[in-house]
Design a protein around this ligand. Structure first.
Ligand code: NAP
Length: 287
């Protein structure tokens, strides 16, 4: 990489961040397209986020990404939020437009692009989404904005339940998508939702390594072979849910390309150009 006096900086804020694949994905893409941009990781916890964001604004960075635990904590320091970021209440991408910081959430767009790539046309159709944490809310908001006709959000009555209720009400008020909230323990409600859905998405953390024996859906008899079943988890590549669904004849896919495409969407926001995804996928996203 050729750093010059004109090079513009951006990067990832969060804690921890050193494991992230984002620097490779973005720096390689900048180089391929001849863009004089650079991307670094900064380990910043929420109690120092205000100063970090103020510094990035002042230093004319092109923008930055946020990961846990900074995705929600950054909201008070931004000037504007896109619709999906308003609905989710969390931001993973910020664009610096001449000192004005605009927050976006590209996780949902990344997921929907991976759905499209799996050959699933979900616009105008019905889907069931398990979970109500950060990933689930981002997918729900973007699915509603992008034209999914009906969305069933399924959550256990735990930590995220109240947040899920608010999200469902906001989506119904602010988008054309009909959304309802189903208790994960409500077998009848879940069965009905799955019968009319084209796509089931696990956006809970159940099944993620090291707890690979877990599944968010203990009763696999609720699945049917016409259902496309996906998981936002990519470690392991095939969760217990995906294994069980595949055994029943369902088409399945994991969260690997969601990760790729959320980055590609951020890249487009910063540069106005398309990331060379084929190359980046072959180098860093072996599925
Ligand atoms: P989070 O905010 O902690 O939310 C986790 C959600 O899962 C909560 O709704 C939680 O319910 C629910 N949950 C956990 N264990 C469960 C179980 N056994 N049964 C039912 N529900 C359960 O986490 P997150 O940030 O949304 O991340 C969720 C998963 O998505 C993680 O595995 C993460 O690695 C993955 N992810 C992937 C990508 C990608 O690019 N592929 C991007 C983001 C996240 P309670 O609130 O009741 O605990």
């Amino acid at each position: 990489m050729n750093i010059t006096g004109h090079t513009r900086l951006g990067g990832l804020l969060g804690s921890p961040v050193s494991h992230s694949i984002s620097p490779m994905m973005h720096n390689d893409s900048f180089q391929q397209l001849g863009l004089d941009f650079a991307y670094l990781c900064f380990d910043v916890k929420p109690d120092r986020l205000k100063e970090a964001v103020s510094g990035l604004r002042t230093m004319n960075t092109y923008g930055f990404n946020l990961t846990m635990p900074d995705k929600e904590a950054v909201l008070p320091y931004l000037d504007e939020l896109s619709l999906e970021a308003q609905l989710v209440g969390a931001v993973n991408t910020v664009k610096n437009e001449n000192g004005r910081l605009i927050g976006y959430n590209t996780d949902g767009l990344g997921y929907l692009k991976s759905v499209e790539e799996a050959g699933c046309h979900i616009v105008g159709k019905e889907m069931t989404l398990l979970g109500a944490g950060g990933a689930a809310c981002a997918i729900a908001a973007q699915a509603a904005i992008s034209g999914v006709a009906k969305l069933h959000l399924v959550s256990r009555r735990g930590r995220s339940w109240d947040k899920a209720k608010k999200l469902v009400s906001d989506i119904n008020q602010r988008t054309g998508c009909q959304t309802d909230l189903i208790d994960l323990a409500d077998r009848k409600g879940l069965k009905k939702a799955l019968e009319s859905s084209l796509l089931l998405t696990n956006a809970t953390s159940a099944g993620m390594a090291p707890d690979t024996n877990l599944t968010p859906l203990e009763d696999v008899s609720l699945l049917h072979p016409d259902l496309i079943v996906s998981d936002v988890i990519y470690n392991p590549r095939q969760t217990r849910l995906l294994q069980e669904a595949a055994a029943l004849g369902c088409q399945t896919f994991n969260g690997m390309y969601m990760l790729l495409y959320q980055g590609a969407a951020a890249f487009r926001i910063w540069t106005g150009q398309d990331m060379p995804v084929e190359l980046i996928r072959s180098r860093y996203f072996k599925n």
